[in-house]
Design a protein around this ligand. Structure first.
Ligand SMILES: NC(=O)NCCC(=O)O
Length: 384
């Protein structure tokens, strides 16, 4: 895997032009979104901060009885700033400062809702299976330093922020969770959603640290629309997306941490398919860069012990209910991706395709109940 390969979109644009490029783009990405005009001040911040800033408009058809419901969503993908050997507070503070700059650029570009990547305040250290010092990154969702930091920015810029952190539930047994905190434009915490599906694959040894959520599929009513969060590995589970959709989500964020060797060919498919199947917008956000840890760890595959997790390939993107999607952010650089969505597209696509109407929930409710019984055997008919 080439770690300096920038993006599929750049490779296509370098080799194709004119009608060929337009047709390949249409077939692979759906309709081409116009760029969204953003103030020079935002572009300037991206340039001095050395991060990518891309912005698109995802329109819906005009309606006679409803005004457009325009929301600017921003996805931020970042790298860790200090080496993983630096003191924990210094590592977290440096990432705070970096994300502060990126949020400032997103806010100047008019973002209303900002989504950050999974466990954004820390290296993805779960590969190591070591507890200290990594568990020291866990903090209270309600009054930890990260929520305090973001609450101020949310209030200042009138924005909603989705903040996926390693949570320490200090009010309940000190248990650790993988949590997304939803911070309102007022600066208050509206609530939290936790990771429903915990991976047991490759170096994703997260099950050594936290368990599956018991909170179900909460949807958060915000000033800018109804929002849900399907954390990382949950994107492989169509029912997880579906339940957020059934609970009324219009935008589902998928904060992730995933590496090229494991999941890159799946990445562009899963959140996009979820947008199509559930008539929602999806925002897939992956961290970027290679993180190196002080001690070697093994992967249970016979290969030599190693100190890094592999390359986190970024490539964050936004998909719309009609199946179109934005180009991805870079595979190698930090970035802010902004899209102005017209949420009316959710209902318009619902009416056009009718997947909600035709989803046969009653049929599957019965089938799932049966299939969930350990005594159930697959219904395979054979020639006698
Ligand atoms: N963070 C996380 O759940 N990663 C698992 C690997 C994947 O789902 O691609």
């Amino acid at each position: 895997m080439a770690q300096n390969f920038e993006s599929v979109e750049k490779a296509l644009a370098e080799k194709l032009e004119g009608v060929q490029l337009d047709e390949v783009t249409r077939i692979l990405y759906g309709r081409k979104y116009p760029s969204l005009s953003i103030p020079d001040s935002a572009t300037q911040l991206a340039s001095t901060g050395n991060f990518q800033l891309s912005a698109y408009t995802i329109s819906a058809s005009p309606e006679q009885t409803r005004a457009p419901r325009l929301v600017r969503v921003a996805a931020i993908q970042n790298s860790i700033v200090l080496p993983t050997t630096a003191p924990i507070n210094a590592q977290r503070d440096a990432i705070h400062q970096r994300i502060g700059e990126m949020i400032e650029a997103a806010a100047q570009a008019g973002a209303n809702v900002i989504g950050l990547q999974e466990a954004w305040t820390m290296p993805f250290a779960f590969c190591t299976r070591e507890r200290l010092p990594w568990t020291e990154f866990a903090e209270s969702a309600l009054n930890g330093p990260t929520t305090a930091f973001l609450s101020k920015l949310a209030r200042k810029h009138d924005i909603v922020i989705i903040s996926p952190i390693l949570e320490r539930d200090e009010e309940k047994d000190d248990v650790i969770w993988n949590t997304a905190v939803v911070i309102s434009h007022t600066g208050h915490v509206i609530g939290r959603s936790r990771k429903n599906h915990i991976p047991r694959v490759g170096d994703f040894n997260e099950s050594s640290y936290y368990m599956e959520s018991t909170l179900g599929h909460p949807v958060f009513e915000t000033k800018y629309g109804r929002i849900a969060i399907n954390i990382c590995y949950g994107r492989h589970h169509p029912q997880n997306w579906m339940m957020y959709g059934l609970n009324g989500a219009e935008i589902i964020f998928n904060p992730s941490a995933t590496v090229g060797a494991l999941s890159e060919p799946l990445w562009g498919i899963e959140a996009r398919n979820a947008a199509i199947a559930n008539h929602v917008f999806t925002v897939a956000i992956n961290r970027v860069g290679t993180e190196v840890f002080p001690n070697e760890f093994t992967s249970g595959n016979g290969l030599p012990a190693h100190k890094d997790f592999g390359h986190f390939y970024g490539s964050s993107y936004i998909a719309a209910p009609d199946g179109s999607r934005t180009p991805a952010l870079s595979r190698v650089q930090e970035g802010v991706l902004i899209a102005e969505l017209d949420l009316n597209l959710c209902r318009q696509t619902k009416d056009a395709w009718g997947f909600r109407m035709t989803n046969r929930l009653d049929l599957y409710a019965k089938s799932f109940t049966q299939a969930a019984d350990p005594e159930y055997r697959p219904d395979i008919r054979r020639e006698k």
